[in-house]
Ligand binder design. Structure first.
Ligand code: ZN
Length: 203
């Protein structure tokens, strides 16, 4: 199982980090050791002083495929969930400045808390999903997948042009504006529509 994450997929988030709006998707990967399931706590790592939350809608691949055309991409996922792409922003800035890869800032243990999934057929319109993140009960991020620069189908087509997608692979589809730091003791709660699918503490 692999975890593919999309960078800069919401214009307002690309702008808040001072990045240009991309003309094609930007993706990177996390290993399976990044996953946290069942609302287990995230342990703040000692190599960073600036861990940021990025709440993201996640799709789970349900069919094996490569070189998938956009018009058929819809057949490759049935379940949609929500997760956090934890980012060591201090390390990410340093790596970017030095032209080095992002893994130490993005792929570390526990950097991908993952909530429960819902069947997309249970959603009124799975191309316009509202979602949000609360930190200690206060809303910090809010988005809607209709504002993605590249939609689910375009992402699947693009990624599968480079690597084979397998059943169970996860795609974190990018974060809206409002990313910010977490600290030990914070509670993070993520909602897909009004469904609370993820709820955990930073320890
Ligand atoms: Zn992200």
């Amino acid at each position: 199982m692999k975890i593919i994450c999309i960078g800069r997929n919401y214009i307002n988030h690309a702008r808040e980090l001072g990045n240009p709006v991309p003309e094609e998707p930007v993706f990177f990967m996390k290993p399976d050791s990044a996953l946290i399931r069942n609302n287990k706590p995230f342990f703040y790592p000692d190599f960073s002083n600036e861990i940021h939350h990025e709440v993201e809608i996640v799709i789970r691949i349900s069919r094996l495929g490569k070189h998938i055309e956009t018009k058929f991409a819809d057949r490759y996922y049935e379940e949609i969930g929500i997760g956090i792409d934890f980012t060591a922003r201090d390390l990410q800035k340093k790596q970017a400045t030095e032209g080095k890869p992002w893994e130490i800032a993005k792929a570390f243990d526990g950097s991908a808390p993952l909530g429960k999934f819902v069947k997309r057929s249970s959603l009124p319109d799975y191309h316009a999903i509202s979602f949000r993140l609360e930190k200690n009960g206060k809303e910090v991020q809010k988005g809607n997948t209709k504002d993605m620069i590249f939609g689910f189908d375009e992402l699947i087509a693009y990624i599968s042009g480079f690597l084979t997608l397998k059943i169970g692979d996860l795609i974190f589809t990018g974060t809206p504006a409002g990313v910010g730091p977490v600290k030990i003791g914070d509670q993070l709660t993520a909602y897909l529509e009004e469904r609370r699918l993820l709820d955990f503490y930073v320890r």
